[in-house]
Design a binder for this molecule. Structure first.
Ligand SMILES: [Zn+2]
Length: 81
């Protein structure tokens, strides 16, 4: 099963790799090199069910505190309007 068109803007998708970023409380997990179909127009990424399952598994392990991660620097700022 392979997505064909972006469901947001109907743009073309191409195969590539992306980063999956999720935030849980004060912690952020970044999964690198995730194979995805990426929209050429808006950059939205789509995962196959198989990849989604792998991401779910990683997120479960993250919640259970079982995940071994390399630390990276992260910063946070509020948008002033
Ligand atoms: Zn799009």
């Amino acid at each position: 099963m392979k997505p064909d068109r972006c469901s947001l803007c109907n743009g073309k998708l191409h195969e590539g790799k992306t980063e999956f970023v999720a935030r849980v409380g004060n912690r952020v997990v970044v999964i690198k090199d995730v194979p995805a179909f990426i929209c050429e127009e808006c950059g939205e990424s789509y995962f196959t069910p198989e990849i989604s399952k792998k991401i779910d598994k990683i997120m479960r392990e993250f919640h259970e505190g079982k995940l071994l991660m390399r630390p990276i620097a992260a910063g946070e700022i509020e948008l002033e309007i």
